[in-house]
Write a protein that binds this ligand. Structure first.
Ligand SMILES: NC(=O)c1ccc[n+]([C@@H]2O[C@H](COP(=O)([O-])OP(=O)(O)OC[C@H]3O[C@@H](n4cnc5c(N)ncnc54)[C@H](OP(=O)(O)O)[C@@H]3O)[C@@H](O)[C@H]2O)c1
Length: 252
């Protein structure tokens, strides 16, 4: 569908939500973006309406990740944004769903980074990891998701120090709730008013991509939550969060 050499910045999960909005904003300022996702009709729409190139990429498939990465020789950036969650009790879930979540949110990102590193080194490129506030504070009823994002934060901050010697920068972006397809679920209905507009969060993410701080949490409220996560014992934050999310679920 596309000549991979023509792309400067790869964005995963660009068929909806934050990834799509970042693709649109980056393309609008003249960046050559390669939008990725499974839904080909969404990629086609991005190309038709905004001239953004797209390539299907299924992060559940190691073979797909390998063949996707192989052609890249030099890259200025990759934004690892794709992610999934489910909001329910852990014991209502199943191993298959949890394994798929960990594959998409964690393992696929590790595989992409390893396979794209030669091209990122050649391009002295940047890796922006889209994690979540849920990786900084515990989130009952999204326990597996919170664990996956905590992994990505520690992984990203560790990798940042390793790769600085190769001229590759790594930054972690940790937003709070955003109004996207991910939060368009009954369990989040009661918290809808607290969700940030996706365009604002995308602007903050791009600023993070431009400046590459170690870790950035956008929004005043989220910064306060993140600070509370540093000052208070985690179990206290977890208990408070459990009350909020249980009420939201019960009201759904
Ligand atoms: N929404 C929030 O409240 C919130 C808060 C903090 C952090 N985040 C993080 O922000 C990122 C974007 O989330 P969003 O809210 O924009 O979600 P979204 O609207 O649901 O978009 C998720 C994207 O990930 C892609 N994706 C999911 N599974 C995939 C797979 N197996 N292979 C390839 N692509 C896959 C989807 O594309 P296809 O379905 O087309 O494959 C889609 O483009 C995620 O990492 C999320 O954890 C979100």
């Amino acid at each position: 569908m596309i000549m991979s050499e023509n792309a400067n910045i790869i964005i995963t999960g660009a068929t909806s939500g934050l990834g799509r909005e970042m693709a649109l904003q980056l393309a609008a300022r003249g960046e050559r973006v390669l939008a990725c996702g499974r839904r080909i009709e969404r990629l086609t729409e991005l190309e038709a309406t905004a001239g953004i190139k797209g390539q299907t990429l299924n992060l559940s498939s190691t073979a797909d990740i390998d063949s996707f990465c192989a052609p890249f020789k030099t890259l200025s950036g990759v934004i690892l944004n794709a992610g999934v969650t489910y909001a329910d009790r852990f014991d209502a879930g199943d191993d298959e769903t949890d394994t798929a979540l960990i594959q998409t949110n964690v393992i696929a990102n590790m595989q992409l980074i390893r396979a794209l590193l030669p091209a990122l080194k050649a391009g002295q490129g940047r890796i922006l990891i889209v994690a979540s506030l849920a990786g900084l504070t515990p989130v009952p009823y999204q326990s597996v998701y919170a664990g996956s994002k905590a992994f990505m934060i520690n992984f990203g901050l560790s990798l940042r120090e390793e790769l600085k010697h190769d001229g590759v920068q790594v930054s972690v972006f940790a937003p709070g709730g955003i109004k996207t397809e991910m939060t368009d679920i009954p369990a989040m209905k009661a918290l809808e008013k607290d969700l940030a507009p996706v365009a604002d969060v995308a602007r903050a993410a791009i600023k993070t991509y431009d400046k590459m701080p170690a870790l950035y949490v956008p929004g005043k409220q989220n910064k306060l939550i993140s600070l509370a996560g540093k000052l208070l014992p985690r179990h206290i934050i977890a208990a408070q969060a459990e009350r909020i999310y249980r009420k939201a679920r019960d009201g759904a």
